[in-house]
Ligand binder design. Structure first.
Ligand code: CDP
Length: 232
């Protein structure tokens, strides 16, 4: 059986941190597909090629953009350097949805994700927008995480260490909203739950409850895994 857990959802739904915790508990590796889209965008920005898909992919290839196994999560790398921090910069965030809408970029990213996942001896938790719908439609467990826009904006500000005052909240919610709209409206692999995904609304759930709920599903779908007791 394919050992893949797909966690999809909009920006700020907490899918990356959730995926990381689930992966740790289960003994799987964690692949953050968004980090790969961001690393391709960074390579394109640095090479000044973002007006051309071919040139941006060539820049990503030249920089050997990839997710590299580290101590814990796979980390995005470009030109031999860990770009985990750089890919979260505002200039990358502002451009990434445009780059991710290019079909050739999506195929390039999907090839990397599938190759990395199949090569992994234990299994992987992959988070993104289209993991359950396009990249791993056969994943035994698919979770779609949602949360109210204001809750997501608050989480994103906390993650960035910024104050959740009215100005920041409004601006961040608007930025998340426009990226979600671009991701949901695009022709290829739009943001939406797979028909067989479990939709979890994290608005009222704490982070631990969210992880516990997913681990409960993991135990059901992968009974052969010894993941220890979850706090029910
Ligand atoms: O962390 P955050 O929710 O801000 O976003 P991310 O997971 O780092 O993804 C950044 C962007 O990459 C998204 O807004 C999408 O445009 C794109 N993306 C995608 O199209 N498909 C994926 N599987 C993952 C990310």
């Amino acid at each position: 059986m394919l050992r893949v857990i797909a966690i999809d959802g909009p920006a700020g739904s907490g899918k990356t941190t959730t995926a990381q915790s689930v992966a740790r508990a289960v003994g799987f590796a964690h692949l953050d597909s968004g980090a790969l889209y961001r690393a391709v965008t960074l390579a394109g920005l640095d090479a000044g090629t973002l007006d051309s898909v071919e040139a941006t992919l060539a820049a990503a290839e030249a920089a050997h953009v990839a997710l590299i196994p580290g101590d814990d999560p796979f980390r995005p790398q470009a030109s031999g350097v860990d770009v985990s921090e750089a890919v979260r910069s505002a200039r990358v965030t502002a451009q990434v949805a445009r780059v991710a809408a290019w079909p050739a970029v999506r195929e390039w990213v999907n090839r990397q994700l599938r190759a990395t996942a199949t090569a992994h001896p234990a299994g992987v938790v992959v988070d993104g927008r289209d993991i359950g719908t396009v990249v791993f439609p056969d994943a035994p467990l698919k979770v779609f995480l949602t949360a109210d826009p204001e809750v997501r904006a608050r989480r994103r500000l906390a993650q960035e260490g910024r104050a959740a005052d009215a100005g920041n909240l409004g601006q961040t919610a608007a930025q998340l909203g426009s990226r979600d709209a671009a991701d949901a409206r695009r022709a290829v692999a739009p943001l939406k739950p797979a028909p067989d995904a479990v939709v979890l609304d994290g608005t009222a759930l704490g982070f631990n409850e969210q992880v516990t709920e997913i681990l409960r599903l993991v135990r059901k779908m992968f009974p052969q895994l010894d993941i220890g007791p979850t706090q029910d």
